[in-house]
Design a protein around this ligand. Sequence first.
Ligand code: AMP
Ligand code: GLY
Length: 414
Amino acid sequence: MTRVVVVGAGAREHALALALSHRAEVIVAPGNAGIAAHGIACSGASVASLDADLVVVGPEQPLVEGLADELRAAGVAVVGPGREGARLEGSKAYLKDFLAAAGVPTAAYATFSNEAAALAHLETMTAPYVIKTDGLAAGKGVLVTSDLEAARADVRDKLSGSSFGAAGTTVVLEEGLVGFECSLHVLCDGTRAVPLVTAQDFKRVGDGDVGANTGGMGAFAPLPAVSAADVEAIMATVIEPTLAELRRRGVDYRGVLYAGLMIGPDGAKLIEYNVRFGDPETEVLAPLYSESLFALLEATATGELVAPATPAGAAVTVVVAAQGYPGTPRRGDVIFGLADNGQLATPVPGVNVYHAGTARDAEGRFVTAGGRVLALSAVADSIGHARERAYAAAATVSFDGMVMRTDIAGKAVS
Ligand code: AMP
Ligand code: GLY
C-alpha cells in the first residue's frame, strides 16, 4: 500500500489524513492528539526519515523553506511547490509584481518600507483602506478599515516592527475590493490544472464579519452563487495566466494553488494566492472528495492529472475557538462532549470532528491547546442540511471560554 505522509498539525491535516486513509497508509507528521486518537498514525520524526511514497505538505512555512525541493531531490513525490513556487504566498510584494507580469486582475497596490512615504500614499487613497504585512503572518497580517486614523496607526505599527517583527517591516497598501469572497483550490501537476469545487471561508472572528481577521472561523462548499461557467472564466482569466507566468519563470508547480478571489461587479479579482490547501476550506473539501482524494493528490505529484467528477452534496464546517483568539488564547480547558477517539460522544450523522488545537491531560481528557480548537464538519445533500448537522454537532461540545460564529453559511441558505 502506498505510504502517504501528511505534514502538519491541525484540522486541515486531520481532514486530509482521514480522507486519504481510505486508500493509503497514512502518517501525519507531527499530527496532534485528536488525529492520533482517531487511529491515524502520527510521528514526530523528520519527514525525510518516514520513507514516504507521497508527501502532502499542509502548511506554507515548510514549502517557503524548501521542504518540497529537498524531498523531490531525494526522489519522493510531493504535493506542494518548491521554494520558488511558494514565493507566491511567501511575499505579498513578490505576488503583486508577479500578477502584474502575468496580467491577472487584482487590487491596485503600492509597497513601502518608509513610514512617511506610506502615510503620504494613504492620504491619496479612498476607503476602505487595506494594509498588509509583506511576509507570512498566518492570515492575521491584514487590516481592512474605513477609519483613516486606524489605517495610519496600523501603518506605523507594522513599519516599526512592533506588530509582526521582520515580516511586517514592508507594507503593501491596497485598493479595497468589493463583492463576495470565493476560495478556488486548483490542483496543478506541472502541466494540467484541475479546479475543485468552490468554497468560502469566514475570516473575521465575529458574526456578521466583524472583529479581527483570524485563520478562519468556518467554511462551506460549494458556493451556490458561482456557476460552472464562472469557474471556467476564473480558470481563463486568473489561473491559466498564472500557470503560464510560472512556466515562463521556469517553475514546475506541482501542488495546490488556492486562489482567494473577490467576485465583484466586473468579475473575479485575485486577493491572494496560497500555495497549499486552505484551512478551514480543507475541512469541507476533503470530506466531499473523500473517495477520489488519494488518486487526485497522487496524480498532482506525479503527473497525468484528470478532472474528478463533481462531488454530490455540500459541506459546512464550524470552528470552535478558545477565548482570546486570534490574540493569545486561553489553554488547558477540558473539552466536554468528545469520546475517547476524539469524535462526538453523541454522534450526529455526516459529521467528522477534526482536531486543530487539542492535547490530552494527565487523565487522558482532551483539553484546549491552541486558538482554533476543533472544526466540526458535516456533509449532507444540501448546504442547509449540512449546516444543521454542523451546528447540531457544535451544540454537543463545550469548554470554558468556547467561541464560535453562529452565521457560517447562513446567507447561502437564506
Ligand atoms: P489575505 O491575508 O491577503 O488573504 O487577506 C485576508 C482577508 O482580508 C481577505 O480574505 C479579505 O477578506 C481581506 N482583504 C484582503 N485584501 C483585500 C482587498 N484588497 N480588498 C478587500 N478585502 C481584502
Ligand atoms: N482559509 C485561509 C487560509 O487557509 O489561508
